[in-house]
Design a binder for this molecule. Structure first.
Ligand SMILES: Cc1ncc(COP(=O)(O)O)c(C=O)c1O
Length: 367
């Protein structure tokens, strides 16, 4: 089976991880954590990094650090993973959905202003599948209405908008290092910001709100979102090779597009002018004239030993949000359509040209 994605680990990861074991630094103190935080934040153009247990806790921590809470509204794309909406709900805030652009699958800036109310506190742009959002337009709206921008860059390590890295725009931004991400540490996340006070607040909140000055004294509810030194060791080793991983993803995307370009009825991922798409996952949206349904295509590819995944299910259709009265009544036609018709092909950095050719030939053969 060609899996959708497998982590791509090597000797360096092994060496750094062994170092943690040999030196006994296996918990959430240790120098790999600060090295990983410093180097990754610098790479993304932010001053401070706060490592967390995963991308979902990074989002939760970011919103909690901004004091987003009950009565507040947070604008986000209707098309995203549940984590984006859950983070707002964990804080007691209401997620407000906005439909996405048909080509990039990112939040549509032209539709944001209509969703802003007196309760709006933040916008979460999600750089979907590695394509950066239209950050100029989003930052302009945020400035106009004095809103925080919390980038969800969980899928966009190394992506660029007008030469600047994804994760470098927001007041605060969040990454995931889950095993299928462009760089990974198994499970892991990071919050980035250039605001010193906010960074200190994140460091404190992620560590049960222990006070530095007075041990075991807590003035605020905190969390245990601490990453271990072992995760950071793998994360740092991966980070030190990030350009290689980004280039592999981009190379795979070029091959897919080249081999599939004549297949009718497929919408391919785009790379808009002035951006660098890192193609975290190579997604396709099947159009009306594609001869198979998405499920038929996925089942037939599975029979040929090729694993695929459906796109996310639009957040406005999530039963849990409906149950707690947070699902939107509005329609989000683009998000609904790509949720129904989208799938992604194997996209890991370890994929080779023969495998990509086999996957594309299989699709052509099936239709
Ligand atoms: C856009 C987005 N945000 C947040 C997350 C959550 O990250 P994690 O799985 O590390 O909690 C993911 C995970 O895939 C994601 O794709």
């Amino acid at each position: 089976m060609i899996p959708v994605c497998v982590p791509y680990l090597g000797k360096k990861e092994e060496r750094y991880l062994n170092d943690c074991i040999k030196t006994n630094w296996i918990s959430s103190a240790g120098e790999y954590i600060s090295k990983f935080e410093e180097s990754f934040s610098q790479y993304c153009g932010q001053k401070y990094g706060i490592a967390t247990t995963n991308g979902t806790t990074a989002l939760h921590l970011a919103l909690a650090a901004l004091k987003i809470g009950p009565g507040d509204e947070v604008i986000m794309p209707a098309f995203s993973i549940a984590s984006t909406a859950f983070a707002a709900v964990y804080c007691g805030a209401k997620p407000i959905f906005v439909d996405v652009e048909p080509d990039t699958w990112n939040i549509n800036p032209a539709l944001i202003e209509a969703r802003i109310t007196k309760k709006t506190k933040a916008i979460i742009p999600v750089h979907m599948y590695g394509h950066p959002c239209d950050m100029d337009a989003i930052m302009k709206i945020a400035r106009k209405y004095k809103l925080y921008v919390v980038e969800d860059a969980a899928e966009a390590h190394g992506a660029e908008y007008k030469g600047k890295k994804a994760g470098g725009f927001g007041h605060i931004s969040c990454f995931s290092f889950y095993a299928n991400k462009i760089i990974t540490c198994g499970e892991g996340g990071m919050v980035l910001t250039s605001d010193k006070k906010l960074a200190e607040r994140c460091q404190r909140l992620k560590n049960l709100s222990f006070l530095k000055e007075k041990r075991f004294w807590h003035e605020e509810l905190g969390f245990n979102f601490r990453m271990t030194n072992m995760q950071a060791a793998i994360g740092l080793a991966q980070f030190e090779q990030i350009e290689k991983y980004v280039n592999l993803r981009r190379k795979n995307a070029v091959l897919y597009t080249k081999f599939l370009k004549d297949v009718p009825g497929i919408q391919f991922p785009v790379e808009r002018k002035n951006v660098k798409n890192v193609y975290w996952m190579y997604g396709l949206v099947l159009e009306k004239d594609f001869p198979l349904t998405r499920e038929q295509l996925m089942n037939k590819l599975r029979d040929k030993g090729i694993e695929t995944r459906t796109f996310f299910i639009s957040l406005h259709n999530q039963p849990v949000l409906k149950k707690i009265g947070l699902a939107a009544k509005e329609k989000f036609p683009v998000s609904a359509n790509i949720s129904r018709q989208g799938l992604y092909l194997p996209s890991g950095s370890g994929l080779n040209k023969q495998e990509i050719k086999y996957i594309c030939d299989s699709i052509k053969e099936l239709i």
